[in-house]
Design a protein around this ligand. Structure first.
Ligand code: FAD
Length: 347
């Protein structure tokens, strides 16, 4: 039986050989790959439990291709986990956009003193998009990262990752246990529409979100121009949802022989969290910080939950976290926050 390798954006990437051969090296092309938050964890506790589960095989090679000799016995792996549980882990987050900043903050906040977090960003300052319109909120985010003990390295890229280290473009080699890449996304391109794309591979839409007659585009693969700002809207879930709804409505109008309408949605805002009661939010251009921002962020988040049940679960999780946050600092596996973190970024 074949073991399916995880391909989702939160998949754990493990080295192909146990000897530390480079893996998941972000080439310029893969740096902007479609689903780009990947977690590489070579020694962090919990990593083993997130490997693809394979049925036991009587043969000497496992269905995943790992030789049986490379697997630890249950007692050995329990001993290893126990040792690792006492060690301080270094987590490197690549990418200083909204996802990377929230991820770094969440890992530092939930991991507490057991985790050291390094945030590597290629630009001159983190949160470049937010900084353009809300420089005070971006500065507040920097303060929050400093409070949480996150070390921010600017003007440097993650160049490659080996089993125990991350290698940066300035020649620095950092021993790390986990690497989380939040380094952007690229449009999935369908062959055949090449002439209709912008340089980033997105289908260029007209004001009603049609591309040419019979072709419509919305979401990450579309270049949708903001109705008032005149620049492409960000690639995030809110814009994808709103543009998708608009395409549906215009398609229905076209089928009924009516005129299409231009996409007029102007956006809502954006938010990031740095722990319970500590957030930055921008709603219709107005900046908020602290508890007000935190509640606004949660409201954004709940508003776009797929069901009320899911929303209730999220509220329950937050309530539990508030009640047991100190205990969570001690008992949470070091890479659990990276897997569990959910950002509520909207625009
Ligand atoms: C790790 C991560 C975290 C994010 N966090 C946030 C966040 O907190 N807030 C936020 O607002 N946004 C966030 N985003 C961005 C958000 O997920 C996207 O903007 C949004 O999902 C775009 O929706 P979409 O429908 O355009 O594309 P997708 O949601 O990617 O859906 C495209 C679908 O098309 C399928 N597909 C691809 N090629 C083909 C093909 N040839 N034929 C048929 N199907 C195909 C794919 O499998 C996929 O299911 C995040 C993105 C990532 C990667």
């Amino acid at each position: 039986m074949r073991c399916r390798t995880p391909t989702s954006s939160s998949a754990v990437r493990r080295p192909s050989t146990p000897s530390g051969a480079p893996f998941a090296t972000p080439s310029p092309a893969s740096r902007a790959s479609a689903s780009s938050t990947t977690t590489s964890s070579s020694s962090a506790p919990g990593a083993a439990s997130r490997r693809p589960r394979c049925p036991a095989s009587p043969s000497t090679a496992s269905p995943c291709g790992l030789p049986e000799t490379s697997r630890s016995s249950p007692s050995a792996s329990a001993r290893r986990r126990s040792t690792e549980g006492r060690r301080r882990h270094t987590v490197l987050v690549a990418g200083g956009g909204m996802a990377g900043v929230e991820m770094a903050a969440a890992v530092a906040d939930l991991g507490g003193s057991r985790v050291r977090v390094e945030l590597v960003h290629s630009g001159a300052a983190i949160l470049p998009e937010l900084r353009e319109t809300q420089p005070r909120l971006a500065a507040r985010a920097e303060d929050e990262l400093a409070r949480l003990g996150v070390r921010v390295r600017l003007g440097v890229r993650l160049a490659s990752v080996t089993e125990h280290a991350a290698h940066l473009s300035d020649g620095t080699h950092l021993p790390v246990s986990t690497v989380i890449a939040t380094i952007g996304q690229r449009a999935v391109q369908v062959p055949g529409l090449d002439a209709l794309r912008d340089p980033r591979g997105r289908l260029v839409t007209r004001s009603d979100l049609s591309v040419i007659e019979g072709v419509w585009a919305a979401g990450d693969s579309a270049c949708v121009v903001h109705p008032t700002r005149g620049e492409p809207v960000p690639a995030n879930a809110l814009w994808a949802i709103k543009a998708g709804e608009h395409v549906g409505a215009n398609l229905a109008r076209t089928i009924r022989g009516r005129a299409t309408r231009p996409f007029a949605y102007r956006g809502l805002g954006q938010a990031a969290s740095f722990g319970l009661g500590r957030s930055i939010s921008e709603l219709y251009g107005i900046p908020f910080t602290g508890w007000v921002a935190w509640v606004l962020r949660l409201t954004f988040f709940l508003r776009f939950m797929p069901s009320r049940r899911k929303a209730a679960q999220v509220v329950g999780d937050f309530a539990r976290r508030a009640a047991y946050s100190r205990r969570a600092h001690v008992s949470a596996p070091v890479d659990a926050p990276a897997a569990a973190v959910a950002t509520a970024r909207t625009a």
